[in-house]
Design a protein around this ligand. Sequence first.
Ligand code: CMC
Length: 393
Amino acid sequence: TGMFTYDPGFTSTAATESKITYIDGDKGILLYRGYPIDQLAEHGDFLETCYLLLYGELPTAAQKADFDYRVTRHTMVHDQMNRFFTGFRRDAHPMAIMVACVGALSAFYHDSTDISDPHQRMIASMRMIAKMPTLAAMAYKYSIGQPFVYPQNDLDYTSNFLKMCFAVPAEEYKVNPVLSRALDRIFILHADHEQNASTSTVRLAGSSGANPFACIAAGIACLWGPAHGGANEAALKMLEEIGTPDRIPEYIAKAKDKNDPFRLMGFGHRVYKNYDPRARIMQKTTHEVLNELGIKDDPLLDVAVELEQIALKDEYFVEKKLYPNIDFYSGITLKAMGFPTSMFTVLFALARTVGWIAQWSEMIEDPSQRIGRPRQLYTGSPERDYVTVAQRG
Ligand code: CMC
């Protein structure tokens, strides 16, 4: 009974007010707390962006130093956590490991599962921002059969992460500052994106009063899908499958064919009907990283650049306003840095954790937020009487 607005996929329903992130999809504008994404990516760093998203203002020098210190204090994971990793097969997808391990953090930190206490909520937030790189690097190391590398807290957030991923015992490892800066910028680009599927999942999970670790684990699970965070992995696989520019027309035709489920991965967006501003910065970052690594001709980049040019001129893509999104170029960049494809979505989750937490905190502090409880239009059978199995024809 009762009539409700039918809005599958929530294309026109605002479920919350928010002061965190603003998107104008027609103009291709993205602001975190009012600051344009390109300015933050150019001048800021990721931890500062975390502070901005969580507290609403850019930190002063003293606040920044204090925040960096507080995050650094939480980078270690409980030694018992190692057993979670060894319980998985070596070929487990690292996103499966992340869903499990982040959810499991709630069993380690009973103190910060008390969501009624703002201080404990902030500690839980710090813990997750600090431990995501450690857990992500452990997932990677486990998959390649190397021992875990512990965090080294005199390094900055992103350099520390690179070291945990790529340092090998008994060999000296020096973080390449250009790569560290590029990855830090990639983290900034991914830090928040208002009410996307995974963030809405975190809010919905949090609306029941679930603990923050469980909520973020739910967000990671949602992010995994190829229509969302899994698109960076899918986009790179697609570029590899296309292989050479001469095969692009074939794939463009497949993408346009209504009877073929294939889509151009890394293209199109629910909100952006213009060039994704993050994709622009990502493309620049890709060139910087390839330059730094001395990669002159990357066949995948050739395919990507040409695919983009062809699609941007094609009537189908123009009419539907399908532009490259953030995931189109990120895969090429991460691959050049040495990350395997299966880690791409993990890196997205690592960076988005702060956005999820900021949105979760905002929801907890908003007295108008009640448990999320969508309604439905029932289209099933009307009421009928039970029939015993002997009488069923
Ligand atoms: N290739 C070919 N056709 C497409 C594509 C594409 N990548 N994206 C959308 N279309 C078509 C679609 O077939 C539909 O056509 P029609 O109106 O004739 O049925 C029209 O464009 C609108 O698409 P939609 O599926 O109704 O749009 P949506 O807002 O529900 O979906 C999307 C948005 C991002 C899921 C979709 O564009 C897509 O699947 N893109 C590929 C996956 C991808 O790159 N995702 C990453 C998104 S950005 C980062 C993130 O969110 O994590």
